[in-house]
Design a protein around this ligand. Structure first.
Ligand code: DP6
Length: 330
């Protein structure tokens, strides 16, 4: 592309949040932000980020605004630097973002946020990127964002190339290929205290379980792929809950300990297990925050909602179908 980028070049994009069934925790390369383990996720229709990127003249640095409030822009600038480099421009950008859900409380706002940023920034710069290139670009902002480029079921490859070029996500199935529901259970509205980036660095440095976490990841990924290929919900659910609890065992044995659960989180875990004992196949998973995401069959959503609404400390319950890939809004 030879023409210089015009000031005022702009684009908007929407990306949906995702929840990992087999989790990413730990990095191979901190600068490239490549994960130490692969991961598999489902994209959520009910939770999304809308982002506009506008390149402007006269800016001394990139600006990042979330729901009208100015934010720290270091990670955003990392993604924009790569777009500037590919486009051959020195223009800084204004990034205006809004989530339709609470930010920074373990609902994967960085996943939808950086996926939307990758699509909007490359679009504003006039770059035509493949989904793989978008996934790699989003990864530089946040590892989990590489998966939110895709709807339905996505797998992130850890990769091993020194430049990070084989560390990207791919789609396994669309949501229409195998519709499942995820009920998001919000037990705390405030922002979390320890970010995933900091937490996973601490786990790698201090938990005696970290080597086991790395060693067992490939087996979990292969099992999950097989469960998805066979549309075997019970196998998918059992493995999701097991992998989540393994991650939290790693977090709990980090020094100082990463305890992301509150009392309502634990009560909700028991409610899901009780519901399952009563015959409704439902399985929970939890990221670096106090919220639960409960996987179930679409027809069972009312039973899950009913069971979780009786748990003390649950603020909000948001059922979601599986969501689409990230896309341009204009
Ligand atoms: C527990 O993608 O937020 O949600 O790459 O450092 O930004 P960074 O981490 P991030 O970590 C997500 C961790 C997790 C599990 C997962 O989504 O796979």
């Amino acid at each position: 592309m030879s023409q210089t980028l015009e000031a005022g070049a702009t684009a908007r994009a929407r990306a949906h949040s995702n929840i990992a069934l087999v989790k990413y925790w730990g990095k191979n390369d901190v600068v490239l932000n490549t994960p130490a383990v692969g991961s598999i996720s489902v994209t959520l229709d009910a939770l999304f980020t809308d982002t506009r990127v506008t390149f402007r003249s006269g800016l001394a640095a990139d600006e990042f605004w979330l729901s009208g409030c100015r934010q720290e822009a270091t990670k955003v600038a990392r993604v924009l630097d790569l777009v500037r480099q590919a486009r051959g421009t020195h223009l800084f950008a204004v990034v205006e973002s809004a989530n339709n859900f609470p930010t920074g409380a373990g609902l994967a706002s960085s996943a939808s946020g950086f996926a939307a940023l990758a699509v909007a920034a490359s679009g504003a710069a006039g770059l035509t990127l493949t989904d793989r290139q978008l996934s790699i670009l989003a990864r530089h902002g946040s590892g989990s964002a590489a998966r939110s480029i895709f709807g339905g079921y996505a797998q992130m490859h850890a990769g091993s190339a020194a430049d990070g070029s084989d560390s990207y996500a791919v789609q396994l199935l669309s949501g229409a290929d195998w519709p499942l529901a995820v009920v998001v259970v919000i037990t705390e509205l405030g922002a979390k205290t320890i970010t995933s980036t900091v937490g996973m660095g601490a786990s790698a440095a201090s938990s005696p379980f970290y080597p086991a976490w790395l060693a067992t990841a490939p087996g979990d990924l292969a099992d999950m792929r097989a469960a998805i290929a066979a549309r075997d919900f019970v196998r998918l659910g059992e493995l999701t809950e097991y992998n989540c609890l393994k991650l939290h065992a790693l977090m709990l044995t980090t020094r100082p300990a990463l305890i992301y659960w509150n009392a309502a989180t634990v009560a909700a875990m028991h409610a899901v297990r009780d519901l399952r004992a009563s015959g409704v196949p439902a399985y929970f998973t939890i990221d670096a925050g106090p919220q639960l995401k409960v996987l179930c069959l679409p027809g069972d959503v009312p039973f899950v909602q009913e069971a979780l609404s009786n748990v003390a400390g649950v603020h909000e319950i948001r059922p979601s179908a599986l969501g689409p890939s990230a896309f341009r809004l204009d």
